[in-house]
Design a protein around this ligand. Structure first.
Ligand code: ADP
Length: 621
């Protein structure tokens, strides 16, 4: 992303929005950070103030008891501030790490809750990747806010502290006996000098801001560099690639990347910026601050020379004025940083603000004890986002709940799409789906989701304990998990697991993890669907990885397990669907036939008959 031209008003408002958001997720961080800022911003002034008092006493009355008092108070205060600053710093840093995690949860939560259809859109994934890269690249985006907050607070406190300690530098009058040096008393001179110091500090800050903006100009290179790193840097980590790497010598690709990748190399665009404008601006900024310190020294020494104040005050004024100039410099740099970061925050909010169209409904689904739900598809048309071809064409279908419905058809005929619409992962483009006579869009989304248990073909198990996989949470009802596993045909196998339900699946987190076969994984996925105990249970070719005997076993068992639940099966093997009360035949996105096995197979011109005969050769009845 190139640096976005943005107005200061917008930059401030988007940062305020980010501050409100982050403050909500971790109010503690902002409170402790503010305390830390006060203590650390005042620390230099404490030192400056007490040293000045000691020097003043040394240069004038030289009273031992007063000197002792100043030394004692100075040591005590400096020590207290140092201890408090160090303690608060540690606390603040821990809270910052915690805030980082909480910020991640915001994004993860958004990813979890956004409309399923949005996950099909590449822009959404690109946007998320972009945000992550902006963060990894140089901390741009939401997590720049803690820095802005601290830097802003510190500099405001710094400026106020500096003003408090330097007012008398300007007001202390040079005696008339000083001759020409009385010009230092002139309000015009003081005004010009003060304005000059502020302007030079701001100039230094502006240089710093320009240097910071250079980072932004390199962002697109860095983004690509990060992407490549994300791919090549972890190339060897994926086990699935291990065989290909060995057989096709793919390590050459990786070494070519490391040798040629210029993004982060010294001769790459970022290296060039560091040697060129970015380095120059940073250097200029630092150089200019030296001019400020020098001017303050000259002015203060001249006034002391002319007799406006004693030598001890020189320490106070020089120290305070230099610290104040530093704070003004920081504020100016901050303005540049805020303007640059505004574009990155816009990107973050573009993602977080993606609307959730699915979440509009508010009706609660009836919790019917008789589990009598009726589902009806009325002239449903659907195309996947961005696709031209209709996946479902004018599908109308009604089915009584509590029965067994089988959905059959060739690959790509729309069976899975039908299920995805039924359980509202997508909404129809035209037509409607009714549950007990009410458009499903009117129901509360989460509530509606709870009506379904589904085992999709591409289900995923987690590298977590078996029990947690089945229950979907770490805190589960052991008895129910066991029953679900037994019902799904995984009972005996789970008894052989070394740590029972606490046995980890796969080896990602532990050497003792168990690698389960495709068929075993399917049984666990079925157990997970049974554990949810929803009124609808849908199996989308869940037995594809099972041998025909295991499949037959699951189906015959399933009929009993499903009990009064509505069960919908999608299967390639028509022989598995024979026992269903009703069979719907899909062809090219349409329901072309619906009826019992006997009725459908009898229709010699029907699709079912054709499919049945095509498969019959594989099965001896
Ligand atoms: P089936 O389950 O009968 O094999 P699907 O319902 O999966 O068929 O697919 C129906 C049609 O929709 C196919 O043409 C398929 O290519 C297309 N399709 C499925 N999923 C997507 C998707 N996520 N994006 C675009 N098209 C899809």
């Amino acid at each position: 992303m190139m640096e976005k031209k943005t107005t200061m008003g917008h930059a401030v408002s988007v940062h305020l929005r980010a501050a409100r958001l982050l403050r909500k997720v971790s109010p503690k961080f902002f409170a402790i950070s503010a305390l830390y800022c006060v203590v650390s911003a005042l620390t230099p002034y404490i030192t400056v103030f007490f040293s000045a008092q000691i020097l003043k006493e040394l240069a004038t009355a030289r009273r031992a008891e007063i000197l002792w008092q100043w030394v004692a108070v100075s040591v005590l205060c400096t020590g207290l501030f140092a201890v408090a600053a160090s303690f608060l710093y540690q606390r603040k840093e821990t809270l910052l790490d915690d805030l980082w995690g909480r910020k991640e949860i915001l994004f993860i939560g958004k990813m979890f809750s956004m409309d399923y259809a949005d996950l099909d859109r590449q822009q959404i994934h690109d946007l998320r990747a972009q945000i992550r890269q902006n963060e990894n690249w140089s901390g741009w985006g939401l997590m720049r806010l803690p820095e802005v907050y601290e830097s802003g607070l510190k500099s405001i406190i710094g400026i106020l502290g500096g003003i408090a300690l330097t007012v008398s530098l300007f007001t202390a009058r040079v005696p008339a006996s000083a001759g020409g040096l009385t010009v230092l008393n002139s309000p015009v001179f003081i005004l010009v000098l003060a304005a000059g110091m502020v302007s030079v500090s701001m100039l230094a800050g502006a240089c710093n801001a320009r240097a910071t903006a250079c980072w932004s100009n390199a962002a697109s290179d860095a983004t690509m560099g990060n992407r490549l790193f994300g791919f090549f840097g972890f190339f060897g980590k994926k086990r699935e690639r291990a065989t290909d790497i060995r057989i096709y010598n793919q390590q050459h690709l990786v070494s070519a990347y490391w040798n040629k990748n210029a993004s982060f190399g010294t001769d790459g665009p970022i290296g060039k910026l560091a040697r060129g404008p970015m380095g120059i601006y940073y250097g200029l900024g630092t150089g200019i601050t030296v001019v400020i310190t020098g001017s303050v020294y000259v002015f203060t020494c001249l006034k002391a020379w002319a007799g406006a104040f004693d030598v001890g005050s020189i320490t106070q004024y020089v120290g305070a004025a230099t610290a104040m100039a530093g704070s003004i410099f920081e504020v100016t740099s901050l303005i540049g940083m805020i303007k640059t970061n505004a574009g990155y925050l816009d990107t973050a909010f573009e993602f977080l603000d993606i609307p959730g169209a699915m979440y509009q409904g508010s009706l609660t689904t009836e919790k019917r004890s008789d589990r009598k739900y009726q589902v009806e598809f009325q002239n449903v048309w659907f195309r996947y986002p961005g696709a031209e071809k209709w996946a479902l064409k004018n599908v109308s279908m009604k089915f009584e709940v509590g029965k067994r419905l089988a959905i059959v058809g060739e690959n790509g005929s729309g069976k899975t799409t039908f299920i995805k619409l039924l359980c509202r992962l997508y909404d129809p483009e035209e037509g409607q789906i009714l549950l007990n006579g009410i458009d499903i869009r009117k129901y509360n989304y989460r509530d509606y989701m709870d009506v379904f248990s589904i085992v999709f073909q591409d289900f995923q198990l987690l590298s977590q304990p078996l029990g947690a996989n089945v229950a979907g949470c770490a805190d589960y009802d052991e008895r129910r998990v066991r029953k679900a596993l037994v019902d799904a045909g995984f009972g005996e196998r789970s008894d052989t697991m070394p740590e029972g339900l606490e046995t980890y699946l796969y080896k990602d987190f532990t050497e003792n993890g168990v690698e389960v076969s495709g068929g075993e994984a399917q049984k666990i996925a079925i157990a997970r669907a049974l554990y949810k105990d929803a009124p609808f249970i849908i199996l989308d070719e869940p037995t594809a990885a099972l041998d025909p005997i295991a499949e037959a076993e699951i189906y015959s068992k399933f009929n009993d397990i499903a009990g009064d639940k509505t069960a919908i099966y999608i299967s390639h093997r028509l022989s598995s669907c024979k026992f269903c009360d009703e069979i719907a035949v899909f062809h090219e996105g349409q329901v072309v036939e619906q009826g019992t096995h006997a009725a459908l197979v009898a229709n010699e011109h029907g699709k079912y008959h054709q499919l049945w005969n095509a498969q019959a050769q594989y099965y001896t009845e």
